[in-house]
Design a protein around this ligand. Structure first.
Ligand code: GLA
Length: 410
């Protein structure tokens, strides 16, 4: 009886809010406004744990995010991916798997919130999730209302088992349902880039996956039969041409990070720094309860994070390539720049960058490195030290599968 009443109240609230949107003609944007003004930061269970998840893992991870300094560095979303689901109840409300999540989602969200963190969940626009759990198709308003009631702060919404469903309709329906539910929930489109979500998702969602799944290698493609997963460089290369679609409140998502899951600290550094250069969401995918000092220090590097979180929100561009080495630039607020020198190859590379011979201009933002008008200090963000300036050519060795990232300030 009580549940039936709750159902009725949620349905009415959803319908009223939707009617209000229609009445005010607010069709330009469906997503909750003002969220994700910089790329979201947090953790997600999938890359390391897949379906082996439960309440203890989430609680231990939340504790580790606090004790390791991840939370204070900005990682606030604790996101539970696929496989948290049980069945729908008699009224059709989704329930967590009672064996894995015995305290229920509301209690878990409360406990995560008490630690100064936020809780995210995963669902799917089809009949079933990718791992075969109940999807949200036909239950969007009910699911959004349930998430809001539990205190959920982030929804990753996947694309398995959608048959002939139109992605714009499917994601718009959930966006409207989330907005109607009235809680600030970051909405993450996970459609793998197949129908160019960067074109249609900005009014609906705060971020959208641009590719298929990442995997923990530098430059591999792994076939899973009907789909592939991709190493860090493969995902990076698929971002070409997408920078113009991103900005405050709307981010390209090259997938959750494999920092700490790669073959070396250099690879993790390069992966992390390139995600920061791209203004990508920084969602850690490693086991943060058991990470090495190297991994912790990469993930909590405040100066690299500041590049990612820069308020201009303009992603980097590849300025030039010399064999295995790529030079990337990103304009930052207040006339600063970030520069990354990425060595994709398996050999150390000696490179020179002669500032007098270069003209670094961003054709998108029309910002230009003011050379030779100004001298910029070059601060190496992993060495955490000023390493010279633009008044003499940069001569550096970049180790194999590694990166050097600078901030340039006048
Ligand atoms: C898809 C997504 C992944 C993950 C899994 C879960 O493959 O792209 O990120 O959420 O589903 O089943």
């Amino acid at each position: 009886m009580v549940r039936a009443l709750v159902t009725l109240i949620w349905m009415l609230a959803a319908m009223c809010s939707y009617a209000a949107d229609q009445a005010t003609g607010d069709t330009a944007t469906y997503k909750y406004p003002g969220l994700a003004q910089t790329p979201p930061m947090g953790w997600n269970s999938w890359n390391t744990f897949g379906c082996k998840i439960d309440e203890s893992l989430i609680r231990e991870t939340a504790n580790a995010m606090v004790s390791s300094g991840l939370r204070d560095a900005g990682y606030v979303y604790v996101n539970i991916d696929d496989c948290w689901h049980g069945e729908r109840d008699a009224q059709g409300f989704i329930q967590p798997d009672a064996k894995r999540f015995p305290s229920g989602m509301k209690a878990l969200a409360d406990s995560v919130h008490q630690k100064g963190l936020k809780l995210g969940l995963y669902s799917d626009a089809g009949s079933k999730t990718c791992a075969g759990h109940p999807g949200s198709q036909g239950h969007e308003y009910q699911d959004a209302a349930q998430y809001a009631q539990w205190g959920i702060d982030y929804l990753k919404y996947d694309w398995c088992n959608t048959e002939e469903r139109n992605p714009v309709e499917a994601y718009r329906t959930m966006a409207q349902a989330l907005k109607a539910a009235g809680r600030p929930i970051v909405f993450s489109v996970c459609e793998w880039g197949d129908s160019k979500p960067w074109v249609w998702a900005p009014p609906l969602a705060h971020l959208w996956r641009t590719t298929g799944d990442i995997t923990n290698c530098w430059d591999c493609v792994i076939s899973h039969g009907s789909w592939n997963s991709y190493g860090v460089l493969r995902i990076l290369d698929k971002q070409e041409g997408l920078r113009k679609f991103a900005g405050p409140g709307r981010w390209n998502d090259p997938d959750m990070m494999e920092v700490g899951n790669l073959a070396s600290a250099g690879e993790s550094r390069a992966h992390f720094a390139m995600w920061a250069m791209l203004a990508a969401p920084l969602i850690a995918g490693n086991d943060v309860r058991n990470m090495s000092d190297d991994t912790r220090s990469i993930l909590t590097n405040k100066e690299v994070i500041a590049v990612d979180q820069d308020v201009l929100g303009v992603p980097a561009f590849a300025y030039k390539k010399e064999g295995d080495v790529e030079f990337w630039f990103r304009p930052l607020a207040e006339g600063a720049w970030a520069m990354a020198v990425l060595n994709r190859g398996a050999e150390v590379r000696q490179v020179t960058f002669d500032w007098t011979k270069e003209d670094v201009e961003d054709t998108q933002s029309h910002l230009r490195l003011d050379l030779p008008g100004a001298v910029y200090r070059l601060r190496d963000l992993f060495e955490r030290a000023v390493m010279g300036s633009t008044n003499k050519p940069l001569k550096i060795k970049v180790p194999a599968h590694d990166i050097i990232i600078y901030r340039l300030d006048r």
